[in-house]
Design a protein around this ligand. Structure first.
Ligand code: FES
Length: 141
């Protein structure tokens, strides 16, 4: 919104025309609305020990976002022997202290690997983030 020359409020159009290659039709896309909607689809990940907060798009992989932002997920053993995010090694374990409801459900792999761990423990490589969460890396239990 902008103020016009006589004080009236003028909306700046952010609607753009885009060609849909599948149908050949022109489609109107409201860039402003798209930007506002994507704001609601972001997920803040707070890494408690590191005192860092990372913004991610909804559905982001927790391991990927951690590594991308220089958060160290692995103990020494994990650094040498991790499976690269395929749910095979169990070394990317994290504790979720807030926002469990904003994560994807535990996978079968996690149910197997985390059988003896508390319910709020997850494998970062198997976890998708859909909203604000607080994460403790390298939990001690
Ligand atoms: S990186 Fe191996 S289980 Fe997550």
């Amino acid at each position: 919104m902008q103020t016009g020359s006589e004080g009236e409020v003028v909306a700046i159009s952010e609607v753009q025309q885009q060609l849909n290659p599948a149908t050949g039709e022109t489609v109107a896309i409201d860039r402003k609305a798209t930007a506002q909607n994507s704001k609601f689809m972001s997920a803040n990940i707070k890494f408690v020990k590191e005192d860092r907060e990372v913004v991610a798009a909804s559905g982001a992989n927790l391991r990927f976002k951690a590594l991308e932002n220089g958060i160290d997920l692995y103990t020494l053993m994990g650094k040498m022997m991790n499976c690269g995010g395929y749910g095979q090694c169990g070394t990317c374990v994290v504790e979720v202290t807030e926002g469990m409801e904003h994560l994807s459900p535990r996978t079968e792999v996690e149910n197997r690997k985390l059988k003896k761990k508390p319910d709020n423990y997850r494998l970062a490589c198997q976890t998708l983030v859909h909203g604000p969460v607080s994460i403790v890396t390298k939990p001690s239990k």
